[in-house]
Every structure is written in C-alpha cells, then in structure tokens.
Design a protein around this ligand. Structure first.
Ligand code: C5P
Length: 239
C-alpha cells in the first residue's frame, strides 16, 4: 500500500520548502503546498521546484469562483508532479465539473478533490453565520455526494466525517484528512484532532500532517524520524 502521509509545506520561502522535501521525500507519500507557500513564492515556481526535487504534490488552493475562472486556474495547476488539487464543493456542480474537465484535458491529469466544510468551522458558525441549517456532518455528506456526482475523486474533510462520507459515497471515494496529531505531538491550534492510527482506522486515504513532522518535538528527532514513527504507528492498522 502507498504511503498515505502528505507533509504540509507551511513555510514561506522556497529554500525552506525544498529543505523539507529533501529531508522527507523518502518518508512521505507527497507534499501539500497551500496558500502560505504559493502566495509568497508563486504556484508555478513551487510546483516546478518541488517536483524537480522528487516530491509529488497536493495543491491545496481551494479554488472557488465562476466555472470559467476555476477552469483556468485548474489548467494552471495541472502540471507534471501534481497528484491532486482541490476546489470548494459549495462552489457547485458546474464549477467542479469545469475544474475536472480542465484537469482531464491536461497531460498530468491530476485528480480533483472537493473541500466540504472547513474543519475550523463549527456547527454554530455554519448555522448562524453561513446560515446553513442542520447538522454539520449532514452538510459535509451532502457536499461530498455533490462532489461525487460531479465526478470528483474524493474530498478533504475532518476525520470525524470520514465514516459518514464513506457510508454515503462508497469506500473508493477518497478522503484527505488534516487535523492529525500523534499522541507525542502538541495539538497547536487544531481542536478536533485524531491520531494517525485512529484516522486510518476510520477509513481516511491520505493524512495531511504539518507541524508534528516539520517541527517535531526534540525527543522524536528529525522530520524524517517523525514521519517514520507515524508510519510505524499506522502500519498495524493498515494490514
Ligand atoms: O501543522 P498541521 O498538521 O496542523 O497542518 C495541517 C495542514 O492542513 C495546514 O496546512 C492547514 O492549513 C491544513 N488544513 C487544516 N484544516 C483544513 C484544511 C486544511 O488544518 N480543514
């Protein structure tokens, strides 16, 4: 089975990002590049450099705009080395289809993932500020089904929603899960965390892990040591 760990390159310079790629490329399945790195350095530069350094890439720029504009952005990130990129599922089915068509028309043919409900959002905020009534998990499942109907390969969601999404969309519909914390790492600003083993046990396909790997506690050692330790922790669950 492939390595499910995607290390988040949450740094703001290219040398810092490439140092992590160098240290981690043999220990993780790929690298997540997001708003911090891409708005500082430029997404094309990031994709070309991380790919040249031997890393496979998840472009986490969460596109949401009119279908024509999202298609143009999707074309721009559908480059060699990009495994997948994401769009907000609440941008609607036409927007998701436009992203998918652009990805499929490229030589790289990256997968497209839908963002369901941001893990930073709780039910009260969803209900009262965004004015989506009902349970948060129902909204996440609804958006996952919409993403699936638009042809997307999977969604980004919280570990707490994986089981419900798999039940509604099937085991092959992939889930990419942030908010993962080994027992030996600090929670930082993540709230509803699960350990890597728990996250795999509930059915997640990819784990997005940042600070526990990129800035591990001293007792753990290097970023590579942290990634190896996490791999050992999930090995038992995945057999
Ligand atoms: O350092 P940490 O493991 O918390 O990093 C998690 C990564 O996943 C960060 O890049 C964060 O932006 C991202 N993310 C998240 N929650 C989401 C979507 C993305 O934590 N819902």
């Amino acid at each position: 089975m492939n390595n499910p760990i995607l290390a988040a390159l949450d740094v703001d310079t290219l040398p810092d990002a490439l140092r992590l790629v160098e240290q981690l490329r043999d220990h993780v399945g790929g690298f997540k590049v997001g708003l911090e790195l891409c708005t500082n350095v430029g997404v094309q530069t990031v994709i070309a450099a991380v790919s040249a350094a031997g890393g496979e890439i998840f472009v986490d720029l969460k596109f949401k705009d009119i279908p024509n504009t999202v298609a143009a952005a999707a074309r721009a990130v559908s480059r060699p080395g990009v495994m997948f990129f994401n769009v907000h599922a609440d941008g609607g089915a036409a927007m998701m289809r436009a992203a998918l068509e652009a990805a499929n028309a490229s030589a790289a043919k990256p997968k497209v993932m839908g963002v369901t409900v941001l893990t930073s959002m709780d039910e009260a905020t969803l209900n009262n500020e965004v004015r989506v009534p009902g349970a948060l998990v129902e909204q996440a499942v609804h958006l996952a089904k919409l993403a699936q109907s638009a042809g997307l390969a999977g969604v980004v969601c919280s570990a707490h929603e994986v089981a419900a999404i798999k039940a509604a969309c099937g085991a092959d519909f992939q889930t990419v899960v942030p908010g993962v914390r080994p027992s030996w790492a600090e929670a930082n600003d993540q709230r509803r965390v699960m350990t890597p083993a728990e996250t795999i046990r509930v059915g997640a396909d990819y784990l997005v892990i940042g600070r526990p790997i990129t800035r591990p506690p001293e007792a753990i050692g290097s970023p590579a040591d942290a990634a190896q330790k996490i791999l050992e922790e999930i090995a038992g669950v995945r057999q």
